[in-house]
Design a protein around this ligand. Structure first.
Ligand code: PAF
Length: 301
């Protein structure tokens, strides 16, 4: 630039990474594989209503594949994983904001298909079954939920064909079951878990937090407090962990506890009293009419 000459507006404005938004499988494929270049690619599957937790997934995906690689974010509210009376209709749909968040964090393509695009033959007659791992904890309260999750995850893995797929550790049971599906059924993809993102006061980021009133949000802090209390005594063994977490919840007001459990992440069974190693301390509870889940990964001695 000649001395004294001001940069043009285009030169001053930082280059914004734009994501291509696609709604059909054909358009997605054309956008995600524009040429034959063999680059690493990654997918982040979501049901939309993206928040900082999803942003962390997209950033992790971008970091994994590098600037030359490709990152896809899928936005699809999957009816198969909602039971009767669950919040399918009330589930937030915020596509414009989702696209913005995805592209700001490094996504190249957003795939936001309709239900008919994903299930062109109507409700799938053949589905994946999560088996016993899908019947405990979340699965006990939400029968069939993980079968619905696995069915759509398998479909989206076939459509996006990624080297890596990123999922949040906040949905610990979902992550464990997807990892098991990939191992048991020889899917050619690496599943990567990304740590839970929390608000400053400890509340785990969740699309469902938006349903909480101010008072309920304060009450919901009891969940992470209980998990942290258990984590603080992890070196004293499973019994101490369970007791510390349960004691913190005992005094919590307005929290309708579903389960608090110390779990072996490999098969999602309750950890025995002599369990040692990496465990998941998980909690699920209703605060008002909103069901929340949270967990921490701890090393139990
Ligand atoms: O975690 C979610 O948002 C969903 O269960 C997933 C993995 C996108 C499948 O619909």
């Amino acid at each position: 630039m000649a001395r004294g000459k001001q940069p043009s507006k285009a030169q001053r404005t930082p280059k914004v990474h734009r994501a291509i938004v696609t709604n059909t499988v054909d358009d997605f494929e054309a956008a995600f594989w524009p040429d034959e270049r063999p680059v690493d690619n990654a997918v982040v599957m979501t049901m939309g209503a993206l928040h900082e937790g999803h942003a962390a997934l997209v950033r992790a995906a971008r970091k994994q594949v590098g600037p030359e690689g490709r990152v896809a974010v899928t936005v699809f509210v999957n009816p198969l994983q909602f039971g009767a009376g669950e919040d399918l209709d009330r589930y937030p749909r915020t596509l414009d904001a989702d696209v913005k968040l995805a592209e700001e964090n490094g996504a190249d393509v957003v795939f936001a298909p309709s239900v008919d695009e994903v299930y062109p033959n109507g409700e799938p007659q053949v589905r994946l079954a999560a088996g016993p791992m899908g019947e405990r904890f979340e699965g006990a309260t939400r029968p069939g939920h993980f079968d619905g999750v696995l069915t759509v995850v398998a479909k989206l893995l076939h459509i996006t064909d990624p080297d890596y797929a990123f999922f949040g550790e906040k949905d610990a049971q979902q992550l464990a079951i997807i990892q098991r599906m990939v191992a048991d059924l020889d899917f050619d993809v690496e599943i990567v878990g990304v740590p839970t993102v929390r608000e400053e006061d400890g509340l785990a980021r969740s699309s469902r937090n938006r349903y909480l009133s101010e008072e309920e949000r304060t009450r919901a802090l009891a969940l992470s407090k209980a998990l942290f209390a258990g984590r603080d005594v992890a070196a004293q063994g499973p019994k101490a962990v369970r007791e510390a977490a349960a004691a913190a919840l005992d005094t919590a007001e307005g929290v309708d506890l579903d389960y608090l459990a110390l779990i072996d992440p490999h098969d999602f069974t309750e950890a025995a009293d002599d369990f040692q190693g990496e465990a998941v301390l998980a909690v699920a509870a209703k605060v008002g009419s909103t069901r929340l889940i949270d967990n921490v990964r701890i090393i139990v001695r």
